[in-house]
Write a protein that binds this ligand. Structure first.
Ligand code: SF4
Length: 462
């Protein structure tokens, strides 16, 4: 079949990137050829994100573009996979450009869906009818088999791989669509995860990042014991060849918190990095978000983390302009950011997501220009903190894991011979750039920090 050329475009979070990698690998195994451009492709798959309205708008505009392409290439098969496919289902299938709509739980069927669409030129829908229906916690379901078969190194970032620890989410933060598109929390079997990590290590992978929407909720009961993320990290640290372990994202919770932090403190392989979104510094807003903690409690949790792992780098996320967020609420968020001393934090402007509790019950009261101003102000506060923290690295020798050549080289980095500028990460997840041979991609390197900026450390090879 010479029409098996697939182009995949991916939007969204790390979880989506992992799904894209699995789909890519499954299509490759089914004899499809992955191509870099829409022009060369007979099939275009878009892996979508529903977390923010902006992400969905970008997908819709991309579909508009594909509709034009289909006018001159009517046999082009366009498939939408991921969260937006689950959220919109049939409505999305009505779009003129779209032939396949496939939810995140149906990706094991993707090769068949594409083959059918190519063969019969008909529309294919595959989503979960009752997304919150408890999924069986066995290792034999289709998703688990799919993950085990295709969850090998994606090779997009040399030397690194992402491994799903759990799917779905049970937290129901009122602004968030994830529980409605990814379904209930299901922790994967620890044996399956460790086996996957061993195979990745055999394939040359040095860093594994365990993924979950609230990965610290990981819990799996076996006949012998109940596994937590701490147990999983400890077992993964035993895998020969794996040098660094990271995990994202954490929900602020005391359950297993000490155990996870103690494994981090005790194992040189578990990187001292904790991404733990607070979302707001106002207790009133936290309540309205259904985040189950107060600002003081959250800060005490960070203190505890720093007591157990003194060199820990902490990162956070915030939403500004949540319904009824007053200037006073926002100032409490600024105050929390100042106290939390994050390495970095991401700030998002609230956008109502259809189907969420916040959208159903709360009015989007904060004006767009106020959201924008709060976004800018909070980022400026964080920038000062990041700048000060990054300066503490000046003159230090550190080990980094090299990702590869910079896509957009920093102009103010020191040049060195003809070597390209490389991007790397520290164990604490700081970005480091330096000039070095391309062959370092996927390898550890020792560098000296010569210059800093709030988000980037500049270095030279030692
Ligand atoms: S923890 Fe909250 S924000 Fe994170 S995925 Fe679950 S519901 Fe969404």
């Amino acid at each position: 079949m010479d029409n098996k050329k697939v182009h995949i475009k991916s939007f969204g979070c790390q979880m989506n990137k992992l799904d894209t990698a699995l789909v890519r690998s499954a299509l490759d195994a089914a004899g499809f050829v992955l191509v870099e451009s829409v022009k060369e492709a007979n099939v275009v798959l878009i892996n979508t994100c529903s977390v923010r309205d902006h992400a969905e708008q970008r997908v819709l505009s991309h579909l508009g573009h594909l509709k034009h392409i289909k006018e001159s290439k009517p046999d082009l098969v366009v498939g939408v996979i991921g969260c937006m496919a689950q959220r919109l289902g049939e409505k999305l299938l009505e779009h003129e450009a779209v032939s396949i709509v496939c939810g995140p739980a149906q990706i094991p069927q993707i090769a068949d869906l594409v083959t059918e669409a190519l063969r019969h030129n008909k529309k294919e829908l595959s989503v979960t009818e009752q997304i919150r229906k408890p999924a069986p916690q066995t290792g034999s379901d289709a998703l688990e088999e799919f993950e085990s078969a295709y969850g090998l190194a994606d090779k997009q970032v040399p030397g690194q791989a992402f491994v799903r620890a759990m799917r779905g989410c049970n937290k129901f933060c009122t602004y968030c669509i994830v529980p409605y598109v990814r379904g209930p929390e299901v922790s994967r079997q620890p044996e399956a995860i460790i086996d996957q990590i061993k195979r990745l290590a055999d394939d040359g992978i040095k860093q594994v990042t365990l993924l979950g929407q609230a990965v610290n909720s990981y819990q799996y009961k076996t006949a012998e014991k109940t596994w937590s993320l701490a147990d999983l990290l400890a077992a993964a640290a035993e895998v020969e060849g794996i040098k660094w372990l990271k995990f994202i994202t954490n929900y602020p919770s005391e359950k297993y918190f000490d155990e996870i932090l103690h494994v981090m403190a005790d194992s040189p392989k578990v990187c001292p990095h904790l991404h733990i979104p607070a979302q707001s510094g106002s207790d009133k807003i936290l309540r309205a978000m259904n985040r189950r903690y107060t600002a003081d409690w959250y800060l005490a949790l960070l203190d505890k983390a720093r007591d157990i792992v003194p060199d820990i780098a902490i990162a956070g996320d915030f939403i500004v302009g949540f319904p009824d967020e007053t200037q006073d609420d926002f100032e409490r968020t600024v105050d929390l950011v100042k106290k939390a001393q994050y390495r970095n934090c991401f700030v998002f402007k609230y956008s109502p997501r259809p189907g969420t509790t916040a959208d159903k019950r709360l009015e989007d009261t904060v004006a767009p220009e106020v959201k924008q101003a709060r976004n800018v102000e909070l980022l400026a506060v964080q920038e000062e903190i990041s700048d000060r923290l990054s300066r503490s690295f000046l003159g230090k020798d550190i080990t980094v894991l090299v990702e590869g050549p910079s896509k957009k080289p920093h102009l103010n980095a020191a040049a060195s011979g003809n070597n390209p500028q490389l991007v790397a990460r520290t164990a604490g997840h700081w970005i480091v750039v330096f000039n070095g041979p391309k062959s370092l991609a996927g390898q550890f390197a020792k560098v000296k920090i010569t210059k800093t900026s709030p988000l980037t450390l500049f270095a030279r090879l030692t």
